[in-house]
Structure formats: C-alpha cells, structure tokens
Ligand binder design. Structure first.
Ligand code: ADP
Ligand code: MG
Length: 416
C-alpha cells in the first residue's frame, strides 16, 4: 500500500492502524476492483470507502439509506477537513445547486446520496458529467427482500450506476451475512465476480440468554434486573410504540431513569431522549427498532428484548449494540411462541412472497429461542459460520455445564 494512504489513516482519521480486513479492502478499492464487504456493525465499514475516496481523484458516490446517518457522516468528515456533501430531499434547490457546483469543480471527495435522490433523472444527468471515482453502496442488504429492511429503490441502483458511467467500480457493504442475502445482493448488482471480504460475526464479549415471557412477572423481572445494573446503560426493545410508552413509564414510576424512543414521538423529543441516553442523563432507553442505526454508544451493558424480533438478523443487529467497547454485554430476550403468531398475523396483508419470506424468518427466530444448543453456535451458523466448540458463554452452555456439574455432585454422593 501507498505510504500516503497509510499517512492519511493517521493524519486525517486519527487511527494508528487498520482493523480486521480494512487494509486489504482499501487496497482492493484503490486498485479499482469491485468489492463486497461483509463486516459486523461497528467493525469499521465506513473507513473502507472513506479512505480510498480521499486518496482517489474525483468524487466517490456513497449510497446510504438514512438521511439522519448521512448528515452525521458528512459532519464528521467535514470536521476531519474532508470535503464531503450529501444530496437528499432535505436540501433546498439552492443548497443542492451549491453541492453540485462543488462536485463539478472536482472539490468533493465524497457525495452521500439517498437512493430516492439517485433515481431522479436530473441527478443522473448531473452525475454522468461529473468525475466519479467509485460508487459505495452502504447497508447493501436493503437490496434484498431477505434483508431486515428491504428498500425497493435499492433494486434500481445497478441500472443507474451503469448510466452514470461505464465500468465504475462498485463497493457493496453490509453487516448482514446470511448466505441468502449475500447472493441476492451480488446477483442484483451483477457483481458475482467481486472480491469478497467477510469478517467473523462472533461477538465473544456478548452473553446470550433467553427467558420465558410471562405476563406480569416479566415486567417485574425486568425492573429487578435493571436495578441490579445500577448506573449502567441499557436498551429495551419492544415491538410497538404503545408498549414502548408503557414500559418506559413503568420503569420511571419504579425510580429508574428511563426514556422512550419511537418514530411516533415529536422530532425534538426523540432527539432529546436519544441525547439524554448518550450523555447518560438516562440509563435506559426503551425503544422500537427505530432506535439504534448509526448510534455509537460504546458502553451499552445490556440489550433486553421484551418482544421477539422479526428475524435473527434483526436480533443480531439489535443485540450488537451492547458491548461495543469490547467489555461484557448481556443480551436478554423474553420469549413466548404467541408473540411469533402475533407477528405472523401482522404480515397477513403483505404480498404473498413477502409474507412467505417473513414467515420463514420468524420461524428461524422461534427455532433460535426454543433451541437448547449453544446460542452462539446457532447464531453464527445462521450467518454461514461454524464454531469449533460450544461457546461456554450463553444460557444454554451454562445450563449444560450446571447439569453436568450437578451430575458429578450426585455421583460423589452416591459413591461416597
Ligand atoms: P460500521 O459501519 O461497520 O458499523 P463504522 O464505520 O461506523 O462501523 O465504525 C465504527 C467505529 O469504529 C467508529 O467509531 C469508527 O471511528 C471506529 N473505527 C473504524 N476504523 C477504525 C480503526 N482502524 N481504528 C480505530 N477505530 C476505528
Ligand atoms: Mg456503517
């Protein structure tokens, strides 16, 4: 690798070294190769395209699904002294014209674009005439109906890229590692030949546990649990906004510093609650899955699922928000089969194939929750990885050990 690139890692981004596959990936992108990156959340996918974008001539297009995330990333890049902009529906005509003039002048290194903006004819025409270094597709699982947030506009990306330029290198990045999603992405982007960089999804510092969900007892159990984790940060995921409000209030009346988060709250309330959690004014955020994407709080010590998630990918993503700092995180799910049936009912108005997909995903979720094998083995198997031995760090492993130890004790008693 070019020394100048390594210098930029330190000088611009402030990192002393690459993590995991980052260096190999950056190298591959610098060579102009199509690249497919599968890396868990928090592992550092952004740097994989940001660093080559800075080092290459022209503007890199970054396709990203969430406007809020886009702004965060652009603000951060600007604070590093990198010329980066975004193009999405929040910009006025004059603002987007200003962005475009910077791109035309060849000043912009990274241009974040929402898929909705990318499909606009005027933007396609504009990008056609700009100097583009490569196209990065972040959160590429949005392409797949098997992914946890399918976005139909993502399926149009490939044809738009072909219109923007011939043979533009494409980098697809995702934290969803299921073989099904991977195949879907590669097929849709016509990048079966791309170089694949897949990291392990094993989060060794996370303890996985499933407990039965019982009507009132579970709420009491959660209160007790949180009180035993005094001053530590945690997230509780619920399915509905109503449940979020209910649990948040229940915690508050029990003297726990908790705040709700869901898409139905006023924008400013939502931001305040999120900030309060990040700044540790509150210990617990009770949320729907609207909470979490792009939130980087390193010391979340537990993630509780009050309701079962819709898929194992969702579960992995949500639990993955615990223990980002590498210290222990507890992933505790409350489960009852009725919740699976309830979720299946929600799907009944969906088109047939979507309904079928959702059903399979839910059944896999149920299988995980009801399984008595090592949870980590189960989860990693789902992502196409195999563990050599049971992890010893989940409820099922612990139970096996306890039963085993128990038998040993019994044996001592009998032989004594
Ligand atoms: P992802 O997109 O894979 O979820 P991000 O790109 O948001 O992850 O990065 C997660 C965190 O890791 C960020 O805080 C980022 O600054 C940090 N990070 C990325 N690369 C490195 C590195 N080489 N050394 C140290 N920290 C890094
Ligand atoms: Mg990311």
């Amino acid at each position: 690798m070019d020394n100048a690139v390594k210098d930029n890692l330190k000088k611009i981004f402030g990192f002393n070294q690459f993590r995991g596959n980052q260096q190999l990936i950056v190298d591959n992108i610098l060579k102009g190769n199509n690249t497919f990156v599968i890396m868990p959340t928090g592992a550092g996918k952004s740097l994989c395209y940001q660093l080559p974008a800075v080092s290459k001539e022209g503007t890199a297009i970054v396709i990203s699904p969430l406007i809020a995330l886009m702004k965060n990333q652009v603000d951060q890049l600007n604070s590093f002294g990198i010329n980066a902009h975004f193009l999405n529906s929040t910009l006025s005509k004059s603002e987007s014209n200003r962005v475009k003039s910077e791109v035309s002048a060849g000043l912009t290194k990274l241009l974040y674009v929402a898929p909705e903006s990318l499909t606009k004819e005027e933007n396609i025409q504009f990008l056609k005439n700009a100097t583009i270094s490569f196209v990065a597709i972040d959160e590429a699982h949005c392409i797949s109906e098997w992914g946890h947030d399918f976005r139909p506009e993502y399926r149009k990306i490939k044809s738009i890229i072909s219109q923007i330029g011939d043979n533009l290198p494409v980098i697809a990045l995702t934290a969803t590692a299921t073989p099904k999603v991977q195949q879907d992405i590669q097929r849709n982007l016509q990048m079966e030949e791309a170089d694949l960089f897949k990291s392990s999804f094993n989060r060794t510092n996370l303890y996985y546990e499933v407990r039965p969900k019982l009507k009132n007892d579970t709420k009491k159990e959660i209160i007790k649990y949180i009180k035993s984790q005094k001053g530590k940060s945690g997230i509780i995921y619920c399915l509905s906004r109503k449940k979020v409000a209910e649990i948040a209030e229940l915690l508050q009346v029990n003297g726990i510093k908790a705040a709700p988060y869901h898409a139905g709250l006023d924008g400013h309330v939502r931001i305040k609650n999120q900030d309060d959690f990040l700044n540790e004014e509150v210990d617990v955020i009770v949320a729907t899955i609207a909470f979490g994407m792009g939130i980087d709080k390193p010391d979340v010590r537990y993630v509780i699922h009050y309701d079962v998630p819709k898929s194992l990918e969702g579960y992995y993503q949500e639990t993955g928000r615990a223990g980002r700092d590498g210290l222990e995180g507890h992933c505790l799910m409350f489960y009852r089969y009725e919740d699976i049936l309830k979720l299946e009912k929600f799907n009944k108005d969906k088109p047939v194939n979507e309904r079928e997909n959702s059903k399979v995903l839910l059944q896999e979720m149920a299988a995980y929750a009801e399984s008595s094998v090592c949870r980590r083995r189960f989860l990693l198997h789902y992502f196409g990885e195999t563990l050599d031995k049971d992890c010893g760090f989940c409820d099922n492993c612990k139970k096996t050990k306890e039963t085993f130890d128990g038998k040993e004790d019994l044996l001592t008693v009998i032989t004594a």
